[in-house]
Ligand binder design. Sequence first.
Ligand SMILES: [Zn+2]
Length: 254
Amino acid sequence: MSVVHPAYGVLRAVTPTASVMLEDNPGSMTLDGTNTWILRAPGQAESIVVDPGYEDVEHLTRVAACGPVALILITHHHPDHVQGASWLAERTEAPIRAFDPGLCRDAKPLAHAETVTAAGLDLQVLHTPGHTDDSICLQLDDAVLTGDSILGRGTTVISSLGHYLDTLRLLTTIPDATVLPGHGAELPDLGTVAAEYLAHREQRLDQVRNALVQLGPDASARQVVELVYADVDKSLWGPAEWSVQAQLEYLRSS
Ligand SMILES: [Zn+2]
């Protein structure tokens, strides 16, 4: 007999305009699963769906059952966010918009600082590269949908550290916003979370800088890991090496 997570398949209101439907796809990268956000203005029938998740028909059927969909938005190109978008678009006849033109359907790509107006809602688009080049955040009233740029817990995988640090600096300037993440639970204050992430990343960069002083400027990622992560379980050295490699690239290019 399988145990069903109580949150799966249940639409949960988080703010007056944002509710979440958790997809049943838990994993090391997806935490409890993908958060599909359903945004609806008070008194409106139509909604905006952000990140339909995988092509998981059971999940998508539940999302479609929440009412008519005016627009589907995608926070970035990873399949746990976008794969089910075409299925939902066909079912609901809603266009799909994303920063990456290749993901769009019957609509143009999103632009930084654009205001998206649909289903009686206004959303501000923020281009926030770092997790991926095409990552965006969406500001809605006193909340920000952060995709995988900021998760409900832990740290996110990064493709460009330089871009990610710039993104964190941008997010620290948004005051008093609830974080509505792509995975994990909502968080009370985006500015505080982004500042903590930034401090954490800068502390790690300082450790790598100090390691290079000891090891010499041409040290390998592995050598840095063996020094900086000496007191950390060796099973974590593999992932740490990827992150140190990104830090070395950043330090050597700046
Ligand atoms: Zn994801």
